[in-house]
Design a protein around this ligand. Structure first.
Ligand code: PAF
Length: 271
């Protein structure tokens, strides 16, 4: 357990947890700011979780900048940083995985087999170590949010899952640590994600409700970008991630970088 958590609980102080993999950006800082507003104590975890990366994914090259992270965290007024070593998080030979059935196997889960088991396992362990009253996640990873909500409910973790809006660059690109992989040409092409979501939101606002029409609009706009390879473009229910629904979810690959985004079509696209 995190040193401090037991004492804070004894003293009746509420604890907010912001789980991260480091490489912090304005999206993370918005989660911390919300946690700061709602809790006496704010803990951020920084752990690049090896078991949520499949072989061949970007675990090795995932951006790591501990000095800059530390600077940002202290500037954001964090009370404690939980930064376990891999051997502390996963005892040698650890083989247990938390699997949230159904939702973990669709879309992101289908594209990245084992990914959500890795997320659900580490988040369960973080909840056990920190015992937060509230935990903060970004809407950018909408399917992760649905997995975490379900796991907290099913395993009776006494934690409220708080979801904060996606923070976007001026052109609409969702902030992500992986944006750092993009060269200038790829960065320009990445704008197709938010452009597609905006287009579908405009169609929805104009009265379009047919899932296939909305899906095709997303797909067509993404395919119009020559550097983008479309992995999926769907309109789903935000809890089950099955169709139909009003959450547009998209994933593309640009060069070696995989990017995802989403938007609730019943709301105006920001900006
Ligand atoms: O969203 C992330 O950064 C990670 O998936 C999380 C929730 C910190 C678990 O490793």
């Amino acid at each position: 357990m995190l040193e401090g958590s037991r004492r804070w609980r004894r003293e009746g102080l509420s604890i907010g947890l912001v789980p991260t993999m480091g490489a912090l950006h304005a999206g993370h800082l918005s989660l911390i700011a919300e946690a700061r507003r709602e809790n006496a104590i704010v803990v951020a975890s920084v752990f690049v979780n090896p078991i949520q990366f499949a072989p061949g994914e970007d675990f090795e090259r995932y951006p790591r900048d501990p000095a800059r992270d530390a600077e940002q965290l202290s500037g954001a007024g964090i009370d404690a940083v939980y930064r376990p070593a891999v051997e502390v998080m996963y005892y040698p030979g650890a083989s247990t995985r938390v699997h949230v059935a159904g939702i973990s196997d669709r879309l992101e889960g289908a594209a990245r087999p084992g990914h959500f088991d890795g997320v659900a396992t580490v988040v369960s362990k973080l909840f056990t170590a920190v015992e937060p009253d509230r935990a903060y996640f970004g809407q950018k990873d909408a399917q992760q949010v649905a997995v975490v909500r379900r796991l907290a409910r099913d395993l009776d973790f006494p934690v409220q899952i708080r979801v904060c809006p996606t923070v976007r660059e001026a052109d609409g690109l969702a902030m992500s640590s992986r944006n750092a992989y993009l060269d200038p040409q790829e960065r320009a092409a990445a704008g197709s994600l938010s452009a597609a979501l905006r287009l579908a939101a405009d169609a929805y606002a104009a009265g379009e409700r047919r899932p296939e029409q909305l899906r095709s609009a997303l797909q067509a706009r993404l395919e119009a970008e020559p550097l983008a390879q479309v992995e999926y473009a769907e309109v789903v229910d935000p809890e089950t991630f099955t169709s139909p629904g009003s959450l547009a979810v998209v994933a593309i690959r640009i060069g070696t970088t995989r990017l995802i985004d989403n938007h609730d079509l019943s709301m105006r696209f920001p900006g």
